[in-house]
Write a protein that binds this ligand. Sequence first.
Ligand SMILES: Nc1nc2c(ncn2[C@@H]2O[C@H](COP(=O)(O)OP(=O)(O)OP(=O)(O)O)[C@@H](O)[C@H]2O)c(=O)[nH]1
Ligand SMILES: [Mg+2]
Length: 252
Amino acid sequence: MAMEKLVILIPTYNEAVSIVELLEKLSGFRVNSQYQFDVVVIDDNSPDKTADIIDKLEIYWVQVMRRPGKGGLGAAYRAGFDKVLAGNQYTQILTMDADGSHRVEDLPAMFDAIHLGRSMVLGTRWMPGGSVVNWPKSRELLSKSGTIYAKLALGINLNDLTGGFRIYSAELLNALNLKDMNATGYCFQIEMAMASHLAGAKATQVPITFVERINGVSKMSKAIVIEALTQTTRWGLMRRLRPNADKLHYVK
Ligand SMILES: Nc1nc2c(ncn2[C@@H]2O[C@H](COP(=O)(O)OP(=O)(O)OP(=O)(O)O)[C@@H](O)[C@H]2O)c(=O)[nH]1
Ligand SMILES: [Mg+2]
């Protein structure tokens, strides 16, 4: 861990209240911690002025990347990846939600799971030690069945393929054709896990506690669920019909 240079990417759309709380927590964590990191917030011109509010805080290790309008989670992350990879100063890229669902308390275990080379750490709700707090049973069922379906369809033995609390090594991201990915909603997370798997990444699962958001509004929609379902089915069929085509598509 000592030699790693870490950046945390946080996508935001109307997260003014939540992001300030999260940055305060990250700030507290940074003090006297062996773990140091920068933060890049990727904001899609949130009408609630999320970007301006963060800029006003003037935290030297926090930068805001401003995008012109709401383009979905996948596009925001891909733009963030491009930016931090182009700068070439980070060895590890952590992704987390702004809404408090991904806990700062889980960061040390995630950092400790980092490996050299093409590697990925997956914060995982559905494994011993992992959990979800304050979710209605229906939402839990949707997430669990979604991840089981993706696991079976894609043949990838990971327990939380839709989760967004992850660490990718720069080496891994540099090996992927990020430009050829187009998933928008949380199926972006499935696509990234699949591409990383095809790139031969070493994947380590770390149990996390996922807490339902307290402030702000969810961006989850029926369209996002349908995108995940249809894309996963398509990818699963493609992998069976043309096993090498995906690898060529996703891995440089
Ligand atoms: N930049 C950007 N960020 C987004 C976009 N859509 C969602 N996000 C952010 O992505 C993270 C996850 O979105 P959420 O709305 O929490 O979606 P979710 O976690 O699947 O759903 P909930 O469990 O209901 O919160 C949050 O930090 C959002 O602000 C988008 O179009 N652009
Ligand atoms: Mg959320």
